[in-house]
Design a protein around this ligand. Structure first.
Ligand SMILES: [Zn+2]
Length: 417
């Protein structure tokens, strides 16, 4: 392939993916706004008109912000590649370290990561302190935001930079099949993160206290016993420090496995509803959804790394993306900057798969607890989280990891109690 035709292909994919995303977001905004006036039938009894209108306004506000962010992201990608910004940074850094050296490579990738963080920063600030605040969800103070940012920055520096150094070293030292080594290293690192996250990383940001409510505790323990699930403890997390949105999740695996409830979830739901939500999470576990995801993502990442292993040897890959330096760090940076434009068609497939898993987890919860409790819990969560009840079907097919509210509730109600 020639550099010029690869440039053209890249721009085509980038423009097409940005245009499709923007078009779908516009559809979503129009669809939700047009249905703002009336609560859809299945929720007419349980959700009031003002809550429905708040959800519509919240959805539209967030969608507008995401739309602008998507456009800014595409401009940033173009600036880095064909705009020559990556090559310019590369050149600047050669004044401190020789091009192709490990330090130069780590500095280059660190600068790109810092730049993309800076591009996203105004959007995060606007999301938290304007949109979330306006709709009454934000509990984050500017001081907490700054302390979170400092901690995340420190973690990224202490963990991320050495990690990049190892990857770049493997790419240089392991010969033709370096990508196998990088893949194995990457998998091992991910497993390690899963193992240390609950005990070492998560407590840096939140406080975890053992579940104190005895009645709820015995209920949950009975459910765990019924489902044959062993956990190393039930915890309540102070999610209310940052946001009023509620959730429940599992973290870790093996000995580190624990169940975490957001305090905001326990405040909102009755004990039977909490049990139903947890049963849904257990459904994901029972159906081995995480293992299945890993079984698809691990070979996929190996294939992508093998592709990078080939691209590194192709001059048109560098020149086609606006770089004339052909070292491993430049290849790695260009690959991850350009990749999303090409993998964009995988998005709806992954969303479809994820929605199927949600239905399976719902069916499991209905079998282990009562479908009506899960319906009640979900209805409260839709209302309190201001989730739209009327998403655009096409938008939803493309982006939503969870089924639309009405379809999900209808499925649950059709299940035998
Ligand atoms: Zn789920």
């Amino acid at each position: 392939m020639s550099a010029a035709s690869f440039s053209l292909l890249f721009v085509l994919f980038l423009v097409a993916s940005t245009a499709i995303k923007s078009g779908l977001m516009l559809r979503q905004i129009r669809h939700v706004a047009a249905r703002r006036g009336a609560v859809p039938e299945p929720f007419a009894e349980s959700i009031g008109l003002s809550a429905h209108q708040r959800a519509a306004d919240y959805t539209v506000a967030r969608m507008r912000l995401t739309g602008v962010e998507t456009l800014a992201g595409a401009v940033f990608v173009l600036a880095l590649t064909l705009g020559g910004a990556l090559q310019a940074v590369h050149g600047l850094l050669t004044q401190a370290w020789p091009a192709g050296s490990l330090l130069h490579g780590v500095a280059l990738l660190g600068c790109i990561a810092l730049a993309s963080w800076l591009i996203e920063l105004p959007f995060s600030l606007y999301r938290i302190f304007v949109v979330e605040k306006h709709f009454g969800f934000n509990r984050m103070t500017p001081a907490l935001f700054i302390s979170d940012t400092l901690k995340e920055g420190l973690l990224a520096t202490l963990v991320g930079l050495p990690l990049l150094a190892v990857v770049l070293w493997l790419m240089g030292a392991m010969g033709k099949y370096w990508w196998l080594w990088v893949w194995a290293f990457w998998l091992a690192f991910n497993l390690l993160v899963l193992l240390v996250w609950p005990s070492f990383i998560a407590p840096l940001f939140n406080t975890f206290t053992p579940l104190g409510d005895e009645a709820l505790k015995s209920r949950v323990e009975a459910l765990l016993q019924r489902c044959g699930f062993k956990s190393k403890g039930l915890y309540v997390m102070d999610g209310s420090r940052r946001s009023a949105h509620g959730n429940a999740y599992f973290t870790g695996f093996g000995a580190a496995r624990r169940i975490v409830f957001f305090d905001t979830l326990l405040d909102k739901l009755a004990p039977a509803e909490v049990e139903a939500v947890l049963a849904h999470e257990l459904g994901h576990f029972s159906h081995r959804h995480i293992v299945k995801r890993l079984a698809v993502l691990a070979p996929l990442s190996l294939a992508l790394l093998a592709l990078l292993g080939w691209l590194v040897t192709q001059p048109w890959f560098f020149a086609g993306l606006g770089a004339h330096s052909q070292d491993t760090a430049t290849a790695l940076a260009l690959f991850f900057i350009a990749l999303p434009a090409f993998t964009f068609p995988l998005g709806p497939l992954m969303s479809h798969w994820s929605r199927r898993h949600e239905f399976e987890a719902d069916a499991y919860a209905a079998a282990q607890t009562r479908a009506s409790d899960l319906v009640a819990a979900l209805t409260k969560l839709y209302r309190d989280n201001a989730s739209t009840l009327t998403p655009d079907p096409l938008y939803s097919r493309f982006f939503d990891s969870h089924p639309p509210a009405a379809i999900r509730i209808a499925r649950l109600q059709a299940l035998p109690e």
